[in-house]
Design a protein around this ligand. Structure first.
Ligand SMILES: Cc1cc2nc3c(=O)[nH]c(=O)nc-3n(C[C@H](O)[C@H](O)[C@H](O)COP(=O)(O)O)c2cc1C
Length: 363
Protein backbone atom coordinates (compact mmCIF):
# COMPACT_ATOMS: atom_id res chain seq x y z
CA UNK A 1 0.00 0.00 0.00
CA UNK A 2 1.70 3.22 -1.10
CA UNK A 3 0.35 5.73 1.41
CA UNK A 4 2.68 8.47 0.24
CA UNK A 5 1.24 8.23 -3.25
CA UNK A 6 -2.26 8.44 -1.81
CA UNK A 7 -1.28 11.46 0.28
CA UNK A 8 0.04 13.18 -2.84
CA UNK A 9 -3.24 12.45 -4.64
CA UNK A 10 -5.22 13.89 -1.72
CA UNK A 11 -2.95 16.94 -1.64
CA UNK A 12 -3.56 17.48 -5.34
CA UNK A 13 -7.32 17.05 -4.94
CA UNK A 14 -7.71 19.45 -2.00
CA UNK A 15 -5.49 22.01 -3.68
CA UNK A 16 -8.43 22.71 -5.98
CA UNK A 17 -11.39 21.59 -3.87
CA UNK A 18 -12.70 22.76 -0.50
CA UNK A 19 -12.07 20.68 2.61
CA UNK A 20 -15.15 18.51 3.13
CA UNK A 21 -17.04 17.77 6.35
CA UNK A 22 -15.90 14.12 6.42
CA UNK A 23 -12.24 15.04 5.83
CA UNK A 24 -11.17 13.02 8.90
CA UNK A 25 -12.95 9.92 7.56
CA UNK A 26 -11.27 10.29 4.17
CA UNK A 27 -7.87 10.48 5.86
CA UNK A 28 -8.68 7.39 7.92
CA UNK A 29 -9.83 5.41 4.88
CA UNK A 30 -7.04 6.51 2.55
CA UNK A 31 -4.06 6.73 4.89
CA UNK A 32 -5.15 4.62 7.88
CA UNK A 33 -4.45 7.61 10.12
CA UNK A 34 -6.96 8.73 12.74
CA UNK A 35 -6.68 12.52 13.02
CA UNK A 36 -9.48 12.89 15.57
CA UNK A 37 -8.46 14.79 18.69
CA UNK A 38 -9.93 16.08 21.96
CA UNK A 39 -10.42 19.21 23.95
CA UNK A 40 -10.97 17.74 27.40
CA UNK A 41 -14.17 15.70 27.26
CA UNK A 42 -15.08 17.14 23.88
CA UNK A 43 -14.13 15.22 20.73
CA UNK A 44 -12.64 17.23 17.86
CA UNK A 45 -12.53 16.13 14.22
CA UNK A 46 -8.83 17.09 14.13
CA UNK A 47 -6.39 18.87 16.43
CA UNK A 48 -6.32 22.29 14.71
CA UNK A 49 -8.06 25.17 16.47
CA UNK A 50 -7.93 28.93 16.03
CA UNK A 51 -6.67 30.68 19.20
CA UNK A 52 -8.51 33.55 20.88
CA UNK A 53 -7.49 36.88 19.39
CA UNK A 54 -8.17 39.16 16.46
CA UNK A 55 -9.20 36.29 14.16
CA UNK A 56 -12.15 35.33 16.38
CA UNK A 57 -13.95 38.63 16.94
CA UNK A 58 -16.70 38.37 14.29
CA UNK A 59 -19.21 35.79 13.13
CA UNK A 60 -17.99 35.95 9.54
CA UNK A 61 -14.47 34.99 10.67
CA UNK A 62 -15.85 32.03 12.58
CA UNK A 63 -17.89 30.91 9.55
CA UNK A 64 -14.70 30.94 7.48
CA UNK A 65 -12.75 29.07 10.17
CA UNK A 66 -15.43 26.36 10.16
CA UNK A 67 -15.62 26.09 6.37
CA UNK A 68 -11.85 25.83 6.00
CA UNK A 69 -11.53 22.62 8.04
CA UNK A 70 -10.45 23.73 11.52
CA UNK A 71 -11.98 21.69 14.34
CA UNK A 72 -12.90 24.73 16.38
CA UNK A 73 -11.97 28.12 17.73
CA UNK A 74 -11.86 30.09 20.95
CA UNK A 75 -13.51 33.51 20.91
CA UNK A 76 -11.52 36.65 21.62
CA UNK A 77 -11.45 36.98 25.42
CA UNK A 78 -14.16 39.05 27.06
CA UNK A 79 -13.52 41.19 30.12
CA UNK A 80 -16.01 40.10 32.80
CA UNK A 81 -18.74 42.35 34.21
CA UNK A 82 -21.29 41.95 36.94
CA UNK A 83 -25.04 42.38 36.40
CA UNK A 84 -24.82 46.16 36.90
CA UNK A 85 -22.06 46.53 34.32
CA UNK A 86 -19.24 46.93 36.83
CA UNK A 87 -15.96 45.81 35.31
CA UNK A 88 -12.84 45.76 37.52
CA UNK A 89 -10.46 44.92 34.69
CA UNK A 90 -11.83 47.48 32.25
CA UNK A 91 -8.28 48.73 31.64
CA UNK A 92 -7.65 45.60 29.60
CA UNK A 93 -10.31 46.67 27.08
CA UNK A 94 -7.66 48.74 25.40
CA UNK A 95 -7.32 49.69 21.76
CA UNK A 96 -3.96 48.91 20.18
CA UNK A 97 -1.85 51.90 19.17
CA UNK A 98 0.29 49.74 16.87
CA UNK A 99 0.24 46.33 15.19
CA UNK A 100 3.36 45.09 13.47
CA UNK A 101 4.56 41.81 11.99
CA UNK A 102 8.15 40.88 12.88
CA UNK A 103 10.22 37.82 11.90
CA UNK A 104 12.84 35.80 13.77
CA UNK A 105 16.40 36.42 12.51
CA UNK A 106 16.69 32.97 10.95
CA UNK A 107 13.38 33.41 9.06
CA UNK A 108 14.95 35.02 6.00
CA UNK A 109 11.99 34.32 3.70
CA UNK A 110 9.44 35.84 6.08
CA UNK A 111 7.41 32.64 6.38
CA UNK A 112 6.76 32.73 10.10
CA UNK A 113 5.18 36.03 11.18
CA UNK A 114 5.12 37.15 14.82
CA UNK A 115 2.63 39.80 15.80
CA UNK A 116 3.72 42.70 17.95
CA UNK A 117 0.88 44.80 19.19
CA UNK A 118 -0.05 46.61 22.35
CA UNK A 119 -3.79 45.94 22.48
CA UNK A 120 -5.61 43.94 25.14
CA UNK A 121 -8.85 42.00 25.30
CA UNK A 122 -12.17 42.48 23.47
CA UNK A 123 -13.24 46.14 23.35
CA UNK A 124 -16.98 45.52 23.61
CA UNK A 125 -19.01 45.76 26.81
CA UNK A 126 -20.62 42.52 27.94
CA UNK A 127 -24.00 43.17 26.28
CA UNK A 128 -22.47 43.83 22.88
CA UNK A 129 -20.09 40.92 23.29
CA UNK A 130 -22.97 38.59 24.17
CA UNK A 131 -24.81 39.55 20.97
CA UNK A 132 -21.76 38.41 19.05
CA UNK A 133 -21.22 35.29 21.19
CA UNK A 134 -24.89 34.35 20.72
CA UNK A 135 -24.53 34.33 16.93
CA UNK A 136 -21.14 32.60 17.14
CA UNK A 137 -22.41 29.66 19.24
CA UNK A 138 -24.93 28.86 16.48
CA UNK A 139 -21.91 27.60 14.51
CA UNK A 140 -21.08 25.14 17.29
CA UNK A 141 -21.92 21.60 16.12
CA UNK A 142 -20.89 18.00 16.61
CA UNK A 143 -17.91 18.65 14.32
CA UNK A 144 -17.03 22.24 15.22
CA UNK A 145 -16.31 23.60 18.69
CA UNK A 146 -16.85 27.23 19.65
CA UNK A 147 -15.30 27.87 23.06
CA UNK A 148 -15.38 30.95 25.31
CA UNK A 149 -12.57 32.84 26.99
CA UNK A 150 -12.93 35.15 29.99
CA UNK A 151 -10.76 37.43 32.04
CA UNK A 152 -12.38 38.68 35.24
CA UNK A 153 -11.35 40.43 38.44
CA UNK A 154 -7.83 39.52 39.59
CA UNK A 155 -7.30 40.86 43.11
CA UNK A 156 -4.16 41.42 45.16
CA UNK A 157 -3.34 38.66 47.63
CA UNK A 158 -5.18 40.23 50.57
CA UNK A 159 -8.32 41.32 48.70
CA UNK A 160 -11.41 39.33 47.83
CA UNK A 161 -12.39 38.42 44.28
CA UNK A 162 -15.34 40.32 42.80
CA UNK A 163 -16.97 36.94 42.33
CA UNK A 164 -20.11 38.50 40.84
CA UNK A 165 -18.18 39.56 37.75
CA UNK A 166 -16.81 36.07 37.14
CA UNK A 167 -20.12 34.39 37.88
CA UNK A 168 -22.41 36.74 35.98
CA UNK A 169 -20.23 36.59 32.85
CA UNK A 170 -19.88 32.81 32.98
CA UNK A 171 -23.61 32.47 33.55
CA UNK A 172 -24.43 34.76 30.62
CA UNK A 173 -22.26 32.71 28.27
CA UNK A 174 -23.48 29.44 29.79
CA UNK A 175 -27.12 30.42 29.22
CA UNK A 176 -26.52 30.84 25.49
CA UNK A 177 -24.79 27.48 25.18
CA UNK A 178 -21.08 27.77 26.05
CA UNK A 179 -19.63 24.84 28.00
CA UNK A 180 -15.88 25.14 27.42
CA UNK A 181 -14.26 28.15 29.07
CA UNK A 182 -10.68 29.25 28.80
CA UNK A 183 -9.45 31.70 31.43
CA UNK A 184 -7.12 34.27 29.99
CA UNK A 185 -4.30 35.83 31.94
CA UNK A 186 -3.42 38.51 29.45
CA UNK A 187 0.34 39.17 28.97
CA UNK A 188 -0.39 42.87 29.62
CA UNK A 189 -1.00 42.01 33.28
CA UNK A 190 2.77 42.22 33.50
CA UNK A 191 2.39 45.98 33.33
CA UNK A 192 0.61 45.78 36.70
CA UNK A 193 3.72 45.11 38.77
CA UNK A 194 1.97 45.34 42.11
CA UNK A 195 -0.11 42.24 41.29
CA UNK A 196 2.52 40.10 39.66
CA UNK A 197 4.01 38.27 42.62
CA UNK A 198 4.10 34.49 42.87
CA UNK A 199 1.71 34.07 45.81
CA UNK A 200 -0.95 36.23 44.18
CA UNK A 201 -0.68 34.51 40.83
CA UNK A 202 -0.94 31.01 42.30
CA UNK A 203 -4.03 32.10 44.23
CA UNK A 204 -5.70 33.30 41.01
CA UNK A 205 -4.94 30.05 39.20
CA UNK A 206 -6.42 27.98 42.02
CA UNK A 207 -9.42 30.08 43.07
CA UNK A 208 -10.91 30.90 39.67
CA UNK A 209 -11.65 27.27 38.67
CA UNK A 210 -13.01 26.64 42.18
CA UNK A 211 -15.27 29.70 41.93
CA UNK A 212 -16.77 28.91 38.55
CA UNK A 213 -16.98 25.15 38.76
CA UNK A 214 -18.84 25.10 42.05
CA UNK A 215 -21.77 26.84 40.32
CA UNK A 216 -21.67 25.41 36.81
CA UNK A 217 -21.04 21.71 37.27
CA UNK A 218 -21.16 20.71 33.62
CA UNK A 219 -18.62 23.15 32.24
CA UNK A 220 -14.97 22.55 31.48
CA UNK A 221 -12.41 25.15 32.52
CA UNK A 222 -8.96 25.60 30.97
CA UNK A 223 -6.81 28.40 32.41
CA UNK A 224 -4.17 29.75 30.04
CA UNK A 225 -0.72 29.65 31.61
CA UNK A 226 1.25 32.90 31.47
CA UNK A 227 4.88 32.77 30.41
CA UNK A 228 6.65 34.55 33.27
CA UNK A 229 10.27 35.03 34.31
CA UNK A 230 10.21 33.02 37.53
CA UNK A 231 11.63 29.82 35.98
CA UNK A 232 10.15 26.56 34.79
CA UNK A 233 9.36 25.30 38.32
CA UNK A 234 7.00 28.22 38.79
CA UNK A 235 5.42 27.50 35.41
CA UNK A 236 4.65 24.01 36.71
CA UNK A 237 3.32 25.44 39.97
CA UNK A 238 0.77 27.50 38.03
CA UNK A 239 -0.47 24.29 36.40
CA UNK A 240 -0.49 22.52 39.77
CA UNK A 241 -2.64 25.32 41.24
CA UNK A 242 -5.18 25.13 38.39
CA UNK A 243 -5.54 21.38 38.73
CA UNK A 244 -5.83 21.64 42.53
CA UNK A 245 -8.64 24.14 41.93
CA UNK A 246 -10.53 21.64 39.75
CA UNK A 247 -9.56 22.90 36.29
CA UNK A 248 -10.10 20.31 33.55
CA UNK A 249 -6.78 21.13 31.96
CA UNK A 250 -4.60 24.02 30.86
CA UNK A 251 -3.58 25.97 27.80
CA UNK A 252 0.20 26.34 27.51
CA UNK A 253 0.91 29.08 27.09
CA UNK A 254 0.39 32.75 26.48
CA UNK A 255 2.96 34.97 24.84
CA UNK A 256 6.08 36.26 26.63
CA UNK A 257 5.70 39.89 27.70
CA UNK A 258 8.88 41.82 26.88
CA UNK A 259 9.43 45.20 28.50
CA UNK A 260 11.89 46.20 25.76
CA UNK A 261 9.16 45.78 23.12
CA UNK A 262 6.30 47.03 25.35
CA UNK A 263 4.31 44.06 24.07
CA UNK A 264 4.14 40.29 24.10
CA UNK A 265 6.33 38.18 21.84
CA UNK A 266 5.83 34.76 20.22
CA UNK A 267 7.58 32.81 17.47
CA UNK A 268 10.22 30.09 17.81
CA UNK A 269 11.30 31.29 21.28
CA UNK A 270 7.75 30.86 22.58
CA UNK A 271 7.34 27.48 20.91
CA UNK A 272 10.57 26.09 22.41
CA UNK A 273 9.66 27.38 25.82
CA UNK A 274 6.15 25.96 25.64
CA UNK A 275 7.28 22.55 24.36
CA UNK A 276 9.71 22.19 27.27
CA UNK A 277 6.94 23.10 29.75
CA UNK A 278 4.37 20.83 28.14
CA UNK A 279 6.71 17.81 28.25
CA UNK A 280 7.29 18.38 31.96
CA UNK A 281 3.63 18.95 32.77
CA UNK A 282 2.61 15.89 30.76
CA UNK A 283 5.21 13.80 32.59
CA UNK A 284 4.01 14.94 36.01
CA UNK A 285 0.26 15.03 35.19
CA UNK A 286 -0.24 12.48 32.39
CA UNK A 287 -4.04 12.73 32.69
CA UNK A 288 -4.29 16.52 32.44
CA UNK A 289 -5.69 17.90 29.19
CA UNK A 290 -3.22 20.26 27.58
CA UNK A 291 -3.99 22.56 24.68
CA UNK A 292 -0.81 23.88 23.08
CA UNK A 293 -0.38 27.32 21.56
CA UNK A 294 2.53 29.41 20.38
CA UNK A 295 4.71 29.64 17.31
CA UNK A 296 2.94 27.02 15.18
CA UNK A 297 3.70 27.46 11.48
CA UNK A 298 4.09 23.91 10.13
CA UNK A 299 2.61 20.44 10.54
CA UNK A 300 5.93 19.42 12.10
CA UNK A 301 5.35 22.04 14.83
CA UNK A 302 1.91 20.50 15.43
CA UNK A 303 3.38 17.01 15.72
CA UNK A 304 5.97 18.33 18.19
CA UNK A 305 3.20 19.78 20.37
CA UNK A 306 1.15 16.58 20.18
CA UNK A 307 4.17 14.37 20.92
CA UNK A 308 5.01 16.60 23.89
CA UNK A 309 1.58 15.78 25.36
CA UNK A 310 -1.05 18.13 23.87
CA UNK A 311 -4.54 17.07 22.86
CA UNK A 312 -4.91 19.90 20.37
CA UNK A 313 -3.17 23.07 19.21
CA UNK A 314 -4.28 26.67 18.78
CA UNK A 315 -2.91 29.00 16.11
CA UNK A 316 -3.08 32.74 15.71
CA UNK A 317 -0.02 34.60 14.36
CA UNK A 318 0.28 32.38 11.27
CA UNK A 319 -3.31 33.35 10.41
CA UNK A 320 -2.94 37.02 11.18
CA UNK A 321 0.58 38.14 10.24
CA UNK A 322 1.99 38.91 6.81
CA UNK A 323 3.51 35.78 5.22
CA UNK A 324 5.90 36.85 2.47
CA UNK A 325 6.33 33.47 0.79
CA UNK A 326 3.22 32.57 -1.28
CA UNK A 327 0.95 29.86 0.13
CA UNK A 328 0.45 26.63 -1.85
CA UNK A 329 -3.33 27.10 -2.10
CA UNK A 330 -5.48 30.00 -3.26
CA UNK A 331 -8.37 31.14 -1.08
CA UNK A 332 -8.86 33.01 2.18
CA UNK A 333 -6.15 32.87 4.84
CA UNK A 334 -7.90 30.18 6.90
CA UNK A 335 -8.10 27.89 3.85
CA UNK A 336 -4.49 28.61 2.91
CA UNK A 337 -3.14 27.95 6.39
CA UNK A 338 -5.23 24.80 6.95
CA UNK A 339 -4.09 23.35 3.61
CA UNK A 340 -0.44 24.26 4.15
CA UNK A 341 -0.38 22.81 7.66
CA UNK A 342 -1.99 19.56 6.51
CA UNK A 343 -0.46 18.99 3.09
CA UNK A 344 2.94 20.64 2.75
CA UNK A 345 5.11 17.93 1.18
CA UNK A 346 7.98 18.30 3.63
CA UNK A 347 6.55 19.64 6.85
CA UNK A 348 2.80 18.94 6.54
CA UNK A 349 0.98 17.32 9.47
CA UNK A 350 -0.19 14.34 7.39
CA UNK A 351 3.25 13.85 5.88
CA UNK A 352 4.82 13.88 9.36
CA UNK A 353 2.19 11.47 10.70
CA UNK A 354 2.83 9.07 7.81
CA UNK A 355 6.56 9.14 8.46
CA UNK A 356 5.92 8.55 12.17
CA UNK A 357 3.59 5.63 11.38
CA UNK A 358 6.11 4.01 9.00
CA UNK A 359 8.88 4.30 11.56
CA UNK A 360 6.64 2.68 14.17
CA UNK A 361 5.51 -0.13 11.83
CA UNK A 362 9.11 -0.90 10.81
CA UNK A 363 10.27 -1.25 14.42
C1 LIG B 1 -3.14 40.18 18.47
C2 LIG B 1 -3.30 39.12 19.50
C3 LIG B 1 -4.43 39.09 20.31
C4 LIG B 1 -4.58 38.09 21.26
N1 LIG B 1 -5.68 38.09 22.06
C5 LIG B 1 -5.86 37.09 22.97
C6 LIG B 1 -7.01 37.03 23.78
O1 LIG B 1 -7.91 37.86 23.70
N2 LIG B 1 -7.10 35.99 24.66
C7 LIG B 1 -6.16 35.03 24.79
O2 LIG B 1 -6.30 34.11 25.60
N3 LIG B 1 -5.04 35.05 24.01
C8 LIG B 1 -4.88 36.06 23.12
N4 LIG B 1 -3.77 36.06 22.32
C9 LIG B 1 -2.82 34.93 22.41
C10 LIG B 1 -3.15 33.90 21.30
O3 LIG B 1 -4.41 33.32 21.53
C11 LIG B 1 -2.10 32.78 21.19
O4 LIG B 1 -2.22 31.91 22.29
C12 LIG B 1 -0.68 33.31 21.14
O5 LIG B 1 -0.57 34.40 20.26
C13 LIG B 1 0.29 32.22 20.69
O6 LIG B 1 -0.05 31.68 19.44
P1 LIG B 1 0.62 32.20 18.05
O7 LIG B 1 2.11 32.14 18.22
O8 LIG B 1 0.08 31.25 17.02
O9 LIG B 1 0.14 33.60 17.87
C14 LIG B 1 -3.59 37.09 21.39
C15 LIG B 1 -2.45 37.13 20.59
C16 LIG B 1 -2.29 38.12 19.65
C17 LIG B 1 -1.07 38.10 18.79
Amino acid sequence: MNYLLRLNQLAQHFLFHPIVENFDQIILEQLQIDIKARYGKHQLKNCLMVAPGQMTTSVSQIEKIKESGFAGCVLKSVVAEDKKGHCSMVKLRKKPSYVETVYDEQDIEGRYPIIHWDGGLDLRNLDDYLNFAHEAIKLNSSDFLVAASILGHLPSFDSDFNENEWIYTTESLYSIGYRIFEIDFCPFLKEQNELMNQKTILRWYKKIPVMIKKIFKDIQVFPKIMNLDYGVDFQIKMVESCLAGGADGVVIGNRIYKTEYGCAHGGIELRKRNLAQISKVHHIYPDASISGTGGIYTGKDIVDYINAGCENVQILSYLMGKVKKPFLKNGNRFQQVFYQLMFDKETGYLFCLLKQKEKYENC
